[in-house]
Design a protein around this ligand. Structure first.
Ligand code: COA
Length: 142
């Protein structure tokens, strides 16, 4: 995969070339391709460890992270479809998980809209540990 993101979005997510290797050898982290037919157009990861353990200690919660749709494929509904598919995917592949948690930069209205349209709700809490500024903490109860 050689996905690119527009320069002004690069602070929000890293492309697969950078984030996929992080799943190697990490039993807590599962990388998921977003496919349009056979073509990978983006990805996300589900992480049962990771930085959200700084603010979330429930063993039945998983962090959705590293979510993006590549530049050439944006605006076609792929992110919306991927978010809609998350609950069924988690139920099938991560039994025992009952909540999906994510953080999203407060200056990323497109992603916030995509997640909340897909059923995520704002917890009202903010995560300040990222490198690109404050992030809302959203969650989806399965
Ligand atoms: C956020 C992102 C995943 C959206 O991907 P996408 O496939 O283009 O989104 P979709 O086509 O499924 O559209 C989802 C919603 O966002 C809206 N949207 C998409 N691009 C938009 C834009 N540039 N400006 C405003 N709204 C936009 C769509 O209208 C749609 O809303 P609707 O269902 O009410 O019509 C993509 O922009 C991205 O990868 N950004 C960089 C990485 C990132 O921010 N990841 C999130 C990290 S938490």
């Amino acid at each position: 995969m050689s996905h690119q993101l527009p320069e002004d979005q690069q602070r929000f997510a890293a492309p697969a070339a950078d984030s996929l290797p992080l799943s190697d050898g990490d039993p807590d982290r599962t990388s998921v391709a977003i496919l349009a037919g056979d073509e990978p157009v983006g990805m996300f990861a589900l992480d049962r460890g990771g930085y959200f353990r700084k603010f979330q200690d429930s063993p039945s919660a998983v962090l959705l992270r590293a979510f993006y749709v590549a530049s050439d494929h944006q605006g076609h509904g792929y992110a919306r479809a991927a978010v809609a598919a998350v609950p069924a995917f988690v139920r099938e592949h991560l039994p025992g998980v009952d909540r999906v948690v994510l953080t999203v930069n407060t200056r990323n209205p497109t992603a916030i809209h995509t997640y909340t349209s897909g059923g995520f709700t704002d917890t009202g809490k903010t995560y300040l540990g990222g490198t690109s500024g404050p992030q809302h903490i959203l969650e989806l109860t399965l």
